[in-house]
Ligand binder design. Structure first.
Ligand code: AMP
Length: 439
């Protein structure tokens, strides 16, 4: 039997029946489907995360998507925007209210304490890649469901972990080939010394309240530190002139920050100190940091110490540090930087059938390939030899395996080299071993 591959003529594909009709639903506002093409990027990020986590000894953790709302009210903080305005909530049948997690950290801390892991792994080093939910006004780089990858180091205030988390994050960016990623960092002091700083900040802003934005006026009353986090143009000049944390923090915080910088210097990690950097969540203390990539106008990720979070949630004293990066933002940055990812072509053979008998045989044969760990593609929905061969060509496989009625009857299969066109007849019984040998 001789088979010629159809020329790559432009063929008008017949549309499947009913393809003009649409389902009258769309994914919810600010929430996206993750389609196969997205997974080229997602898989790359996940692989990088696992590689780096494996090396630095972070174990994977996953917590429920829903948690008691109080976990976030107490943990993330009532004055944070995330808790004030952005939580999706679900009423339970009793009086309880659950919230779709707007971030991972409080859940991870809860799980570490709840399962007594703090007596087993100390410090607890965890990583995750999970969806989180914030009821935001969707805009560029800002969604209502998005994914975060992150690290947490629980039960240690050792500055070496501040540096390790920053270093490990940069390794991930490097693994996904993001170029020119910079880290900005600052210290916002501890519970004790921050009070003095906040007093100075309030004094500074006191006679400027008529000039700053409405949100900042609110922040002045509730959490003045967050005035430094304001993105409104009119507030920028005041931010730039505001007193700096570094001038007011206590000696212990200074020493801690100095050590973080020394560890970073030692590991030759470049960084920029940004005295106006504070972070959006209430629980941060001491080191805070954010990552930015060249050509991208939003933060890729950020984190910091949350030494009092466990206590605030009613748990034990447990200093800790963590980081979270937005996966969608990383993907956008990869696209903006024109990072091309090639999908590894791991399938080298395509199984083609002709006729009902051959289809049944092909179905059984496919299982043999599965058992032998030999990847083989098929397109059982197509019937003509031409369209199956065209697909094999499109998949760029090395071999086409062709099974017609006659081959089934003679218990053989045709093995066609798609590059040279050479074709051999192989006994069906031997084809799995033969193909395994050749690919
Ligand atoms: P946060 O948990 O607020 O510290 O944010 C950590 C990172 O998550 C940010 O630097 C972003 O990369 C990402 N992120 C935060 N909010 C959103 C959002 N609404 N949509 C997409 N990514 C986000």
């Amino acid at each position: 039997m001789s088979i010629s591959i159809p020329r790559a003529k432009k063929k008008v594909e017949k549309k499947p029946a009913g393809s003009g009709k649409k389902i009258p639903f769309q994914s919810p506002k600010g929430m996206h489907d993750r389609l196969p093409a997205d997974f080229i990027y997602i898989d790359k990020i996940e692989k990088a995360l696992k590689k780096v986590s494996g090396f630095y000894g972070f174990d994977r953790i996953e917590t429920p998507v829903l948690e008691d709302i109080k976990l976030f009210e107490r943990g993330t903080g009532l004055t944070s925007e995330v808790v004030q305005k952005q939580m999706f909530t679900v009423k339970t049948k009793g009086d309880g209210v659950l919230a779709l997690r707007p971030e991972m950290t409080p859940g991870v801390v809860r799980a570490y304490v709840e399962h007594g892991l703090l007596h087993v792994v100390n410090p607890g080093k965890f990583f995750y890649m999970s969806p989180v939910f914030r009821y935001e006004q969707p805009q560029h780089g800002r969604f209502r469901q998005f994914y975060q990858i992150g690290f947490e180091v629980l039960n240690s205030d050792d500055p070496v972990y501040d540096a390790q988390i920053i270093n490990a994050s940069l390794k991930i960016f490097d693994e996904v080939r993001l170029k020119n990623v910079t880290v900005k960092l600052n210290t916002i002091g501890c519970k004790t010394c921050r009070a003095g700083y906040v007093k100075k900040l309030k004094e500074y802003y006191k006679n400027k309240l008529g000039l700053v934005c409405r949100d900042c006026v609110k922040r002045y009353a509730e959490n003045p530190l967050r005035m430094l986090d304001c993105k409104q143009d009119k507030c920028q000049p005041f931010k730039a002139e505001a007193p700096q944390t570094l001038d007011f923090i206590c000696n212990s915080c200074k020493t801690h920050f100095k050590s973080v910088l020394e560890f970073l210097d030692g590991a030759q990690v470049p960084y920029m100190i940004d005295p106006t950097l504070v972070r959006g969540l209430d629980y941060y203390a001491r080191t805070v940091f954010e990552f930015f990539a060249e050509g991208v106008d939003f933060a890729l990720g950020g984190g910091g110490r949350y030494d009092y979070l466990s206590e605030t949630m009613g748990g034990p004293k447990m200093p800790a540090i963590g980081l979270a990066c937005g996966v969608e933002r990383m993907i956008e940055a990869m696209k903006l930087q024109n990072i091309e990812l090639t999908t590894k072509q791991n399938c080298k053979a395509f199984l083609i059938y002709m006729g009902d008998q051959a289809k049944k045989q092909a179905m059984m044969l496919l299982d043999e390939f599965y058992k032998a760990g030999v990847p083989v593609r098929e397109s059982f929905a197509k019937e003509s030899l031409k369209s199956q061969l065209r697909l094999a060509d499109k998949e760029q496989v090395h071999f086409a395996l062709i099974l017609g009625q006659r081959e089934v009857f003679e218990e053989v299969i045709l093995l066609r080299d798609m590059k040279t066109g050479a074709q051999e007849t192989i006994p069906l019984k031997k084809i799995v071993a033969e193909l395994k040998k050749r690919i």
